[in-house]
Design a protein around this ligand. Sequence first.
Ligand code: GLN
Length: 203
Amino acid sequence: TPTIGVLAVQGDVREHLVALERGGAQAVTVRRPAEVAAVDGLVLPGGESTTIDKLVRAFDLQAPLRERIADGLPVYGSCAGMILLADRLADGATGQQTLGGMDILVRRNAFGRQVDSFEEDLHIRELGGEPVRAVFIRAPWVEEAGEAVEVLARVEHGPAAGRIVAARQRNLLVTSFHPEVTGDHRVHQLFVDIVRQSLRERS
Ligand code: GLN
C-alpha cells in the first residue's frame, strides 16, 4: 500500500486524507522535513497559496519539497496546490514563491472576483465515461503549458471555455477544482495509480 502525504500547513487537508484512503492509499499528514522524506506521493491541497508558501518556508519545507519533486516524487496539486506546482505565475512579483516542477504558467483567481465559485461537469478521458462534477472556488487556471504537459480537461462552457483546468506532466498532476469535496474519488484514484506506477518503476 503506498503511503501518500497531504501537506498540512493550511487548507482542506481532512477531505484529501479521506479521499486518498478511499483510493486505496495510506494517508498521512506532512508538516516536517522528515515527513516529506517518508512519503511515496504527496497532495498539495487547496487553501490560500500565499499563506501555504509562507508556512512552507517558515517550516523549512521548501528545499526538501523541491528536491523530492525534482527527484520524481508524484505530487497532486488541487487549486492552491496547482499554483504551488507551477514554474511560473501570471502577474507575479508579489514575492510569492512556488515549489515549481511543472512547466506551466498559472493565473490565480483567474475566473474573476465576481465568480467566487461555480460548478461544471467536465469530461476527462482518463477518468472514464462519466463526467466529473468540478467545484471551482476562487480557482486558478493554466494559461500556458509546455510541451511535456498533457492537458486533461478544459472548461467546456461560458466565457472561460477552453481554459485548461486539469493537466499532467509525468508524475505531477494538477486540477483547478476540488474533487475532494464531491465524494467522487476518481481523481484521487488516478493519483494513487500514478504513485503505484512510480513505486514499480523504482523497485
Ligand atoms: N485563490 C486561492 C489562491 O490563490 C486558491 C483557492 C483555493 O485553493 N480554493 O491561493
